[in-house]
Design a protein around this ligand. Structure first.
Ligand SMILES: [Zn+2]
Length: 91
């Protein structure tokens, strides 16, 4: 799934690899690691599920979340991006 329009991104969290360059350069874009890594385990920041790093390890040493893979494979090397809703800051 490719996000082309800004309003598709509001309030959502998208892997940075899904963003076109024009959106990835927005100064208001917030990024955080897609997967929090600890010694043996990892936690997906999109669906919140724990990840077994050994079961999902990729050749380059990163891992991915198998729980929300239907939304697109998200690797530990990815960032999750979100944009604050614009009306959140209006007075
Ligand atoms: Zn997940």
């Amino acid at each position: 799934m490719l996000i082309q329009e800004l309003n598709q991104l509001y309030g959502r969290q998208m892997p940075e690899s899904d963003l076109p360059e024009s959106l990835a350069q927005l100064p208001t874009l917030e990024r955080r690691p897609a997967i929090l890594l600890t010694d043996k385990h990892a936690q997906c920041q999109r669906c919140g599920q724990p990840i077994d790093r050994r079961e999902t390890q990729l050749p380059d040493g990163s891992c991915y979340c198998g729980n929300c893979i239907q939304l697109g494979r998200m690797r530990s090397t990815d960032n999750l991006c979100s944009l604050p809703e614009p009306n959140r800051f209006q007075k």
